[in-house]
Structures are given as structure tokens and as C-alpha cells.
Design a binder for this molecule. Structure first.
Ligand SMILES: [Zn+2]
Length: 558
């Protein structure tokens, strides 16, 4: 060890329950050598030359926050398309205001059509939110704007593409097609919807080069690094590796994330349906090969399954009594009856499964699948993780505990959407009880909080996620949604640090400040354990430290 760098702080929350508080952390070679006080680490300081860095002496340090479910490259790409969403979009050329409702969106699409000078070139837009903007779009509505220029509109939560007739004609879909996720009017006619990953893929094929423009992925990733620093985040996982292209996505991440000055570690979690489609039986060899290329900045982890739709797009699957207006939602690309066979090879190989389940019907299917996997091939410490876990019951939480599963939960919906969906989609009971974290805590399930950024109409801000989980204040800034599902400040802060690390099977490396772990820190302007719980989201984030290197928050980032 050549030299130590010692950061001092007003207070350090280590998230190591054995040694919870400290005032100094000593770092060498990107890792923690000692956590405690300048006094307690004297045995090191006497032996090794060191520099004291007191630039954080008035601040509070925590382990760098972990967002275990994001889509930074893909969403950064969408953020550069024509925008029709309801909230401000931090587009590459500067912020774009949200559009309040469906009529404004249709007006905006009409402007884009009028402005086009090449009627063969599709108009491509992203960001529509059927819940916040007043109901789905459809083919007839879009034909009324143009029956000549192809229109392609991707929902903010990209589980639906809406198309008009000229765009439909560019896909392989005809009135006779029977494919999963192709929407129809009650009279059987195609309604221009492409729902869930398989169908979205079909709709995307003819416009692939317009959506995934060269260089977009690189620029998007760099921009999102600033967003991470501003929110105290030092590690994220990408839960959709392979959506566009395994190679192109890996190359972009390799070029950006592995740069010494990029302030974020990333785990790439491959999407099963694309893995099978591209590599078939060779997928395990491919994963081994890519795992060998992993660094401590960029690594391959687990496998992802998507088993129903999204919360904001209102395409998740519900048990009785279903949707308010008779919608059905949709299952994912892998038929549910094949799920056990499809997951079994990963399960046997010891590859951690991340299973997307938003609605309670899908949670049931997922728990049944986990039970059958355990029956076929019993395993300890499998860390099978239910992703999102938006709409669930108390019984499901207890069963998840009984099966040894984990949950990575999106809590933002409780604040940003639960009031909307009480009267649009899911009904009052399920909307109020969105994200049952209190039940999970009570049942003893380890869980993480995630943002799914930037695909679900909310920020990537772990302290805001913790604030929602602790307070459950709805969008009216008044109503407390399902107060019994609130959790403690400590539990919420664990869910964005050490418990999130556990969910990603990285708790031996990150998530708490302990000797030997990577020196990743969040630098805060106030103590989240000290402020009122209602002010948790207002704790200023000043920056991060990744592997011992400080990054200051840049006020320009989104
Ligand atoms: Zn996602």
C-alpha cells in the first residue's frame, strides 16, 4: 500500500449494523482500508503515509446509493426522439415541457406531420402516458392526423407502440395475423397497438435506424452519469441488456462505463427472450465469455424475465375483479405455461433470476414458478427476485418470504400515480396498496427500491424513493396511501444501499462502508436519520465518491 487518502465527515452512516457510525474513512487502491475516526485508525496512519481530505468535513457520508433496476442507455436514446410525454423531458438539446392531455398530444403529432417534407419518412415519437394524458391512442385517431405519413408513438413506459394505417402497413402485420400483443378493436379490426416486448419489437423493426440512431447510446450513457452523481448513485443495474443488440449495447457500455472518469458502476442483466432468440443453446457459453470481460465497473449479472405489462401503461395483469374498464393487460413474451422449463436451466446453473411481475396475477404465477423450481431442483441462497412488485397482497408477501425470494420494488408510483390509477385502470384498493413494503418488512423479505429510470414517468432519486416508502404521500401531497405499508427510515435507507446490494448479489463489495469493500460514497448536505421523515427527499446530494474518486454534483444535469 503506497499511500492512504482519508476522508473526514461530520458523520458517516456505514450501514454496517455492528459499527453504524464513523467520522473518517481511509481509502487505498479504490477500496476501504478503515472506517472509524482519525483516532481509531491510528494503527494504519502510523504505518502508511496519508493525506487527510477534509472537503466533506461538514457533510454526511453514506454508502453510494444503488439503483438495482434502470434502463439508462435505452431510455437516454428515447429521450432524444420527438417528445409527447406528460412531464418535463431532459432531452439532449435541453428540457422539453410536458403535454397535459391527449388532445395536446394529437395536436403536437399533427404539427410534426405538417413539418415533415418527406411523407415516406415515419414520424417517431416517445413519451405518451395513457394514465396521465387521458386514455390510449389508437389507429383511427392517428389516421385522422395522417393517412399518408406513417406515425409511430412509443409509450413512456415502452410496453406499447401506437401506429396509424401507413405505419401498420410497414410491419408484417395484416388483419389475418395472430401474434401475441397485436391489438384489435372490439369488432376484430387491428387497432394499431403493439403490446409488450415481442410485438413492440415487430413494430420497431421498420424504424429501427430512426429510433436507435448511431452515437445516441454513447451520448445517452454519458448524460445519465451526471444524473447519477446528482442523486448520490454509484451503482445501477441495466435490466434489459439485449433489447436492441447485445453487442452494440455492450460496446457502448464498455466505451463509457469502463472509462476511469465515468462515475458509475453498472451490472448488465440480459433479457432471456433475446438471449434465447440470438444464442439458443449457446447462451450459457456467451454469458461465460462476457462474464470473463467483466471489470469492477461493468459486469454481467443474472437473467431477466418480463412476465406482464407495465403499471403506467396499464398493461399489467390483474386478478379478480380486474381493470375498471374491462382492459386485460398482457402477459410477457414467454408463455406462462412454459415458465418453469424456461427458467430451469438458469436456476440449475446458479444464475440469479430477476422476474418482472407488476400485477398480482403475475405475482401469483411467479411464486408458483419459484415453488416449482424449488421442487425440481432445491436451492439455498438463490436470491430469486420479483422485479417491481407493484400490485400484490399480504398473502403473496408472506409466501415470497416462505419461498426465500427477494423483491426489487418501484415505490415511486405510490406518490406519482396511485391517485391517477384509483380511477383509471386498477381501482381504488389496489392503487392505494401499491408497493406493499410494510408487508415485506413484516414478513422478513429483503427488498430494494428502484426507479426503472427513465421508463416509468418518474425520477431516479433514491432519497425520493426512500421518502415515498417512509411517508406514502400521494400526488395531492396530502393523502397517506395505505399507512400500514409505510416503513422505517432505516429500512428505507437499507433498501437503497446494503439491501439493494444483496438483491444484486454484490453485498460483499458495495452497499455498506466496511474494511475491504469498494470506496463508494454518497455525499449529503444533511443527515437523513436526523431530518424529519417528511423532509427526506429534500436532503441535498452534493456528489459521490466512486472507488475513492470524488465527483461533484453538476447542477445542469437532469
Ligand atoms: Zn424495467
Amino acid at each position: 500500500m503506497q499511500r492512504l487518502k482519508v476522508f473526514t465527515a461530520r458523520r458517516i452512516h456505514t450501514m454496517d449494523p455492528g459499527r453504524p457510525l464513523a467520522s473518517a474513512v481511509a481509502v487505498a487502491d479504490g477500496r476501504i482500508v478503515s472506517v472509524g475516526s482519525l483516532e481509531s485508525m491510528q494503527p494504519w496512519l502510523r504505518r502508511v503515509p496519508h493525506d487527510i481530505d477534509d472537503s466533506f468535513k461538514d457533510n454526511v457520508l453514506m454508502p453510494g446509493f444503488i439503483d438495482p433496476h434502470t434502463h439508462l442507455r435505452m431510455s437516454g436514446t428515447y429521450m432524444g426522439l420527438h417528445y409527447v410525454g406528460p412531464i418535463t423531458n431532459n432531452a439532449p438539446d435541453g428540457p422539453q415541457a410536458g403535454l397535459p392531455d391527449r388532445d395536446t398530444v394529437l395536436g403536437r403529432l399533427r404539427e410534426l406531420v405538417d413539418a415533415t417534407n418527406d411523407p415516406d419518412r415515419p414520424v417517431i415519437a416517445w413519451g405518451y402516458d395513457p394514465g396521465m394524458q387521458g386514455g390510449h391512442l389508437d389507429r383511427d385517431m392517428l389516421d385522422a392526423i395522417s393517412d399518408k405519413v406513417p406515425l409511430w408513438v412509443l409509450a413512456y413506459a415502452p410496453h406499447i407502440v401506437y401506429t396509424n394505417t401507413p405505419m401498420l402497413e410497414r410491419t408484417d402485420i395484416t388483419e389475418e395475423t395472430t401474434a401475441h400483443g397485436i391489438g384489435r378493436y372490439p369488432d376484430g379490426r387491428l387497432n394499431g397497438w403493439f403490446i409488450e416486448t415481442g410485438a413492440v419489437g415487430i413494430a420497431t423493426r421498420p424504424v429501427r435506424d430512426d429510433v436507435y440512431r448511431p452515437g445516441f447510446g454513447l451520448a445517452a450513457l454519458r448524460r445519465q452519469g451526471d444524473v447519477a452523481v446528482r442523486n448520490g448513485i454509484t451503482t445501477v443495474a441495466d435490466l434489459g441488456w439485449g433489447f436492441e443488440s447485445f453487442e452494440r449495447e455492450w460496446d457502448d457500455h464498455d466505451a463509457v462505463v469502463n472509462q476511469a472518469d465515468f462515475p458509475l458502476r453498472m451490472l448488465m442483466i440480459p433479457f432471456d427472450a433475446r438471449l434465447v432468440g440470438k444464442f439458443g443453446e449457446d447462451r450459457f457459453a456467451y454469458l461465460d465469455e462476457m462474464r470473463a470481460q467483466s471489470t469492477d465497473k461493468l459486469a454481467v449479472h443474472g437473467v431477466k424475465f418480463i412476465n406482464d405489462g407495465s403499471y403506467p401503461s396499464m398493461t399489467l395483469r390483474l386478478n379478480f375483479p380486474g381493470y375498471l374498464d374491462g382492459e386485460q393487460g398482457l402477459t410477457g413474451e414467454t408463455p406462462w405455461e412454459d415458465m418453469v422449463e424456461q427458467m430451469l436451466p438458469y436456476w440449475r446453473a446458479g444464475i440469479q433470476i430477476h422476474s418482472h411481475a407488476n400485477g398480482d396475477e403475475t405475482v401469483d404465477m411467479t411464486l408458483n414458478t419459484l415453488a416449482q423450481l424449488q421442487q425440481r431442483h432445491p436451492r439455498f441462497d438463490h436470491r430469486f427476485t420479483v422485479e417491481h412488485y407493484c400490485i400484490s397482497t399480504v398473502a403473496q408477501g408472506r409466501r415470497l418470504a416462505a419461498l426465500g425470494g427477494l423483491a426489487s420494488v418501484n415505490p415511486y408510483f405510490v406518490h406519482y400515480r396511485s391517485l391517477i390509477h384509483a380511477d383509471s385502470g386498477f381501482g381504488p384498493d389496489r392503487s392505494e396498496a401499491t408497493a406493499r413494503l410494510g408487508t415485506l418488512a413484516e414478513a422478513g423479505v429483503t427488498f430494494a427500491l428502484h426507479s426503472d429510470y427513465n421508463l416509468v414517468v418518474g425520477p431516479m432519486a433514491p432519497l425520493t424513493a426512500a421518502w415515498v416508502a417512509v411517508n406514502r404521500i400521494a400526488g395531492d401531497n396530502e393523502s397517506v396511501m395505505a399507512p400500514g405499508e409505510r416503513i422505517s427510515v432505516d429500512r428505507a435507507l437499507r433498501a437503497i444501499t446494503v439491501d439493494a446490494a444483496f438483491v444484486l448479489r454484490r453485498d460483499h463489495e458495495i452497499g455498506s462502508l466496511e474494511v475491504g469493500k469498494l470506496a463508494d460514497l454518497a455525499v449529503l448536505g444533511a443527515d437523513p436519520y436526523e431530518v424529519e421523515a417528511s423532509a427526506l427527499r429534500d436532503v441535498p446530494v452534493l456528489g459521490t465518491v466512486v472507488g475513492g474518486t470524488p465527483y461533484l454534483a453538476n447542477d445542469q444535469a437532469g
